[in-house]
Write a new protein. Structure first.
Length: 97
């Protein structure tokens, strides 16, 4: 899951509403493992901070559960044989672009 999925506008304006929004997405993808990196607007106009957004990583199915930040590498493969390495990089918050 990549960034700029929601910000503090509309129905997602409560302090913990980002968790409610992500929980809906997680239920829809069911047993599919997932990772998250925020975009540059996820904390715009919102009552939450980027540090608050780290709580998303504790939702069911997240493969980043032990993470303390958003920059990661993720190796994807089958049967212990790595095929692809993904670099997940946080673009930073509250940027005008």
């Amino acid at each position: 899951l990549t960034g700029d999925i929601l910000d503090g506008r509309g129905p997602w304006s409560g302090k913990d509403s980002f968790l409610d929004a992500f929980s809906l997405v997680i239920r829809a993808i069911r047993d599919t493992p997932w990772a998250f990196v925020p975009g540059n607007h996820d904390d715009d106009l919102s009552p939450w901070t980027r540090e608050d957004l780290l709580r998303i990583l504790s939702l069911p199915g997240c493969i980043q559960r032990r993470a303390t930040g958003f920059n990661h590498t993720l190796t994807v493969g089958k049967g212990g044989s790595p095929r692809v390495r993904l670099f997940l990089l946080d673009s930073g918050g509250k940027h005008p672009d």
